[in-house]
Write a protein that binds this ligand. Structure first.
Ligand SMILES: *Cc1c(COP(=O)(O)O)cnc(C)c1O
Length: 392
């Protein structure tokens, strides 16, 4: 190779006396150290620095420190997806012979991890209803290592009795892991309520633009953090620097987006509840919500950005509803800056079968809405028209 072409690789980043205001993206997979002593110092923690991106990189760390700040956490880790975070906790903190207890309305893939995968490695799992603390605590076994909870469930937005469950779990020396994706640190901070580990799907409203898939995990105890980190590095749950950069950019406006989406959700729930053809509306802080008192005690006025509702007319009405609202993305996600609507019976909860869904109260006319930041009058008009078309 000629000198010029060799120098193309070796040429350094330009010097600048001024600093960039935006966060730079650092896609480098490897980092060169000056000498073996320095590398030793880095591995032993006497010097900070990066070596290989699967073990950590600046864009992941910048994002992690910012989510730490919001969650009141220290040493959080950003991973390649929300499911990477859930998996890193469940597999990093358990061994064969342990038992894991989960809420019975966890995120679909978390349920699948518990039902299909952990048992293959000798970790027993079971589920219980976290809105009933006595029943939930009664499902703890002598070999239960940890419990996995979501504060507000998907899609029926039931509110877990987290205070009583944390107290009972502590008494039994069982770790409490909270998936805080739905509530977000703006609605609920699990560490303030005694949680040992917090996980997030950053993909959702923290990043907020449906263009980055990421997860986050923080553990209170340094040994737990290390176990989760080491497992993640080994199995390669590395996040993309570009995704981290996008998510950090999203995070700057998270507070504004969340507050607006929540105010919209509250108003939209109120509006939908008064429309003909609507069987019920679920929103945690509404007086007719089954866990209203607990929701108010735990979340105050923070009902969140999710609303669920049910219309008359089954699947045919459901088809008409999404067709009549072409500008509201019918998509199996949540937390986007724009409103999205999902139909659990045909997506997240299809594997449960009609009977399993009926037990949770999910009919063919049941929809879950992730409310965005649009003008509320526009949203009211669009939903009113769609519900009218569906149920006429
Ligand atoms: C989406 C979601 C996950 C999984 O996150 P991904 O980033 O899609 O892997 C986990 N828990 C909850 C509550 C979620 O909504």
């Amino acid at each position: 190779m000629s000198d010029e072409y060799s120098l193309v690789r070796r040429m350094a980043w330009p010097e600048s006396a001024s600093r960039p205001v935006g966060t730079p993206i650092q896609p480098s997979v490897v980092y060169a150290s000056p000498d073996p002593d320095t590398l030793d110092a880095q591995y032993e923690g006497r010097l900070s620095g990066y070596t290989y991106a699967r073990e950590g990189h600046p864009n992941a760390d910048v994002l992690a420190r910012k989510i730490d700040l919001l969650e009141g956490a220290r040493g959080g880790i950003v991973l390649g997806s929300g499911m990477a975070a859930v998996t890193a906790v469940l597999m990093g903190l358990t061994r064969a012979g342990d038992h894991v207890l989960g809420g019975d309305q966890l995120y679909g893939r978390s349920l699948r991890l518990m039902r299909e995968d952990l048992p293959r490695f000798g970790v027993a799992t079971s589920l219980a209803d976290p809105t009933d603390a006595d029943a939930f605590l009664a499902a703890i076994r002598p070999e239960t290592k940890l419990i996995l909870l979501e504060v507000v469930s998907n899609p029926t937005l039931r509110v877990a009795d987290i205070e009583a469950i944390v107290a009972g779990a502590k008494a039994r020396r069982v770790l409490v892991v909270v998936d805080n994706t739905f509530t977000t640190p703006r609605g609920f901070r699990p560490f303030d309520h005694g949680a040992d580990v917090v996980v997030h799907s950053v993909t959702k409203i923290l990043a907020g633009h449906s263009d980055a898939t990421l997860g986050y995990v923080a553990a209170k105890d340094a040994a737990h953090r290390k176990a989760i980190y080491d497992f993640s590095v080994t199995v390669g749950f590395t996040p993309s620097p570009f995704d981290c950069w996008l998510a950090e950019r999203g995070l700057y406006s998270f507070e504004l987006r969340y507050d607006r989406a929540e105010a919209n959700a509250r108003a939209l729930a109120e509006h939908i509840a008064g429309l003909p053809g609507v069987v019920r509306v679920l929103y945690p802080t509404r007086p007719d919500h089954p866990d209203h008192n607990r929701a108010v005690a735990l979340l105050g006025a923070r009902g969140g950005h999710m609303v669920s509702f049910e219309v008359e007319g089954g699947r045919a009405a459901a088809n008409r509803l999404t067709q009549a609202a072409p500008n509201i993305a019918f998509a199996p996600t949540l937390g986007d800056i724009g409103t999205t609507i999902s139909h659990p019976a045909s997506s997240s909860h299809r594997a449960l079968g009609a009977e399993g869904r009926a037990a949770l109260g999910i009919s063919e006319g049941f929809f879950r809405v992730s409310v965005g930041i649009e003008d509320i009058d526009l949203l009211k008009r669009e939903f009113e028209a769609a519900i009218r078309a569906a149920t006429a």
